[in-house]
Design a protein around this ligand. Structure first.
Ligand code: BES
Ligand code: MN
Ligand code: ZN
Length: 502
């Protein structure tokens, strides 16, 4: 269902064609506008609900084809459970669930933004639209053949019927900017590594100039001059050159210290000389999900003209085994001057982040720094795919991230940092080694990164190995790359700098 989608807002009146999606609560009640639009079809619905044991609980739905009394070809009733319990993000999910019920070949659909308690506020109707936009995203650019019933309608139109269409439309504008950022991040994650290598990723980031970002690209000679040998060591076994991209959005007051977002961009992670097993290795094209999130976030902030000075920095490399590749036992000197003994070339993300975080801190002296990285399998063992691991040196930043997570449904769970774990990465030959053994693998990885952060700068590390991509579908994503973190960090910026939730 990818074709061109026209997503708009219109009045709460019964549509004369296409698909109609409405909401009911767990007592099978409708809002008054919905009842009016359904007319006699509500009796038909009541009978069908009894026959199907449809209870209206959140996420459930009932479909009626060519319903008597209505002109539409299909009526879908989506349950919301108890409307009073719905939080902001539940509206986004409901929008996604509604979109999911619109068959791919339907050209027109209307979603009624109306609940038993009354018509939805413009903000909540806009949240529905956000959910629709996220759910209809598909990454199908490499499919050249399609089964007939799979054929998406060429010009799809989905209208959110709402009490005040104008207000909903303007509430949607900023959400659309964020959704575009999520889509950009998903595209980057889904793209295969033969197409998206560091130089190509950097080129795609330059597109952000169109929305007003300043983009700078550091090439290999420049990085060598800066002393980014930890990052360069990871990339040296690849025929593809490494890159660092710096993206700046200055929407705040002139001269205000910026915030920095830093992303791990390993375009493909074979493990290097410490090579990974073959099974599932294809997933490692997504090992740049942190960098994708940072790029999508910078798009979102710029496109919605966020009142913040933000810098996104991404370290782009490919981790390959080769005659020139880095070996276990090698010792590299990072930009910070600290030396690192490479124990396992598959623990490469921290090497990339160490240099980029150091560079970000030196150059921008940010108010706070947040890095995102598909860093460890260990975080997936600990938290599965529901929460990202959050390691943070500042309680207030931890609280803010937790709150933004609850608001957006992009959840973070705080994990520990302490001296005891830090000892595990002391090295016999250098200042530190790049692995700390099997136990607490996500924590020792975070401790490693912490050695490149000064204690005075609030810093959070988000290990998104479990959330950056996921083969299971959910209400707001049916593709693999999730774009996880764009909405979370956009919300953090909104709460922190613009003094508003949504
Ligand atoms: N990119 C991987 C982590 C990963 C695994 C992300 C699965 C997403 C899904 C990372 O570079 C890695 O290989 N980590 C190793 C570290 C180990 C060698 C200390 C790991 O987790 O096994
Ligand atoms: Mn690795
Ligand atoms: Zn990796």
């Amino acid at each position: 269902m990818s074709g061109a989608l026209k997503l708009g807002f219109g009045p709460l009146s019964a549509p004369s064609r296409g698909v109609l999606v409405v909401f009911c609560d767990d007592a099978l009640r409708f809002g008054s506008a919905t009842s009016r639009a359904l007319g006699s079809a509500s009796d038909l619905f009541a009978r069908a609900a009894r026959a199907e044991h449809f209870s209206g609980k959140v996420g459930s739905n009932l479909e009626l084809v060519v319903p008597e009394g209505l002109k539409v070809v299909r009526l879908v009733v989506v349950g919301v459970g108890k409307p009073a319990d719905l939080k902001v993000n539940d509206f986004v999910r409901l929008g996604g669930a509604a979109a999911d019920k619109v068959p791919g070949n339907a050209t027109e659909a209307t979603i009624f933004a109306d609940l038993p308690g009354g018509a939805m506020r413009p903000d909540r109707a806009a949240d529905l639209a956000l959910g629709v936009k996220l759910r209809v995203y598909a990454f199908d650019r490499y499919k050249t053949k399609r089964k007939d019933d799979d054929k998406p309608a060429a010009n799809r139109k989905i209208t959110i019927a709402v009490a005040d269409a104008g207000a909903a439309r303007s509430a949607f504008a900023r959400r659309e900017a964020v959704a575009d950022g999520v889509v950009m991040a998903r595209d980057l994650v889904n793209e295969p590594a033969n197409v998206l290598y560091p130089e190509e990723f950097a080129r795609r980031a330059t597109v952000l100039r169109k929305v007003g970002c300043q983009i700078e690209i550091l090439d290999v000679p420049k990085m060598r001059k800066l002393g980014m040998n930890a990052l360069l060591g990871v990339g040296q076994g690849s025929v593809r050159d490494s890159r660092v991209v710096v993206m700046r959005w200055n929407g705040g007051r002139k001269g205000d210290t910026p915030v920095c977002f830093i992303g791990k961009g390993v375009c493909f992670d074979t493990g290097g000389i410490s090579i990974k097993p073959a099974g599932g290795m294809e997933d490692m094209k997504g090992d740049m999900a942190g960098a994708a999130c940072v790029t999508g976030l910078m798009h979102a902030l710029a496109a919605r003209k966020a009142r913040v000075n933000a810098v996104g920095l991404i370290g782009l490399v490919e981790n390959m085994p080769d005659g020139k590749a880095q070996r276990p036992g090698d010792i590299v000197k990072s930009m910070s001057g600290q030396t690192i003994e490479i124990i396992n070339t598959d623990a490469e993300g921290r090497l990339v982040l160490g240099d980029v975080i150091w560079y970000a801190a030196q150059r921008f002296k940010p108010k706070f720094m947040i890095d995102l990285a598909t860093l460890t399998g260990a975080i997936i063992v600990a938290l599965g795919h529901e929460y990202a691991g959050m390691f943070v040196n500042n309680d207030q930043l931890a609280e803010r991230l937790t709150k933004a997570g609850e608001e957006t449904g992009e959840l973070v769970w705080r994990m520990p940092l302490s001296k005891e774990y830090d000892k595990l990465i002391d090295s016999k030959f250098a200042d530190m080694k790049n692995t700390g053994g099997r136990m607490g693998g996500a924590i020792t990885a975070a401790q490693f990164i912490k050695r490149f952060v000064d204690d005075k700068t609030p810093w959070a590390h988000l290990d998104i190995a479990g959330t950056g991509f996921d083969s299971r579908q959910n209400e707001i994503n049916k593709s693999w790359g999730s774009g996880w973190g764009v909405r979370l960090l956009d919300q953090l910026v909104a709460d922190h700098f613009e003094g508003k939730g949504r």
